[in-house]
Design a protein around this ligand. Structure first.
Ligand SMILES: [Ca+2]
Ligand SMILES: [Ca+2]
Ligand SMILES: [Cu+2]
Length: 226
């Protein structure tokens, strides 16, 4: 075995040991009650999210799975799709919507779009969980398959956060979008494969005074190509 192969082998052994020693890392939790299918006939729908749900100061600046809302849709490869999230900022001033989208194939052996691996989520990366086990009912764990989500893009509404964004919100992996419209954000991506795509919508860095405990309505639109 060459030196490089030995190194690879060691890495595999360490990785396997890590998986074995942290059983809880395989957990899954249901998002079924906050996961909405979007179709060309139902391309705009109002979802509910808390104002700090996409980038939560009390969760190490991860997203909060059950304080955000989720959506999914089937897309064909090759044509640009735009996701837009917008609040009525006359009524909910200071809510800054944010989005992340993943490719989430629904093949045999893969967990359904209603399963997430954790109560928090990474807004800018892939999410993988092999042989995930839903532990929402601790007494009755259920195997749900592999969670496989390939990161595509993210974006948050940077408008109206002041000239200087507080440093803790200025994260290089998060796409700050200034489009002149506070309370609204869009992102566009071109699917590389046909299949299911999943997104999360939440809030980041709300203005002082906006409730961070209430769920606020956020209108989400998926621009399905003709
Ligand atoms: Ca905006
Ligand atoms: Ca606006
Ligand atoms: Cu939760």
């Amino acid at each position: 075995m060459g030196y490089n192969n030995k190194l690879k082998n060691l890495a595999l052994i360490l990785a396997a040991a890590g998986i074995v020693s942290s059983f809880s890392a395989r957990a899954a939790t249901s998002i079924a009650t906050k996961n909405t299918e979007f179709t060309p006939d139902n391309a705009t729908q109002t979802l509910q999210a808390k104002a700090q749900s996409w980038y939560n100061p009390t969760m190490g600046y991860t997203g909060w799975t059950h304080h955000s809302s989720w959506g999914y849709m089937k897309l064909k490869k090759g044509k640009p799709v735009t996701l837009t999230a917008e609040v009525n900022d006359a009524e909910i001033a200071g809510f800054h919507p944010a989005l992340t989208v993943w490719s989430r194939p629904q093949k045999r052996g893969l967990a359904s779009v209603d399963q997430m691996n954790s109560h928090s989520y990474n807004q800018y990366g892939d999410i993988y969980e092999a042989n995930a086990i839903n532990t929402d009912d601790q007494a009755n764990p259920v195997k749900v398959g592999n969670i496989q989500m390939e990161f595509i893009a993210n974006a948050f509404d940077r408008d109206g956060m002041g000239d200087m964004l507080p440093e803790k919100f200025d994260h290089s992996m998060l796409n700050r979008v200034v489009d002149g419209d506070a309370g609204k954000v869009s992102l566009t991506f071109t699917p590389k494969v046909s299949g299911v795509y999943q997104f999360v919508v939440g809030g980041i860095n709300p203005d002082e005074g906006l409730s961070t405990t209430a769920f606020h309505p956020v209108a989400v639109t998926v621009s399905f190509p003709e």
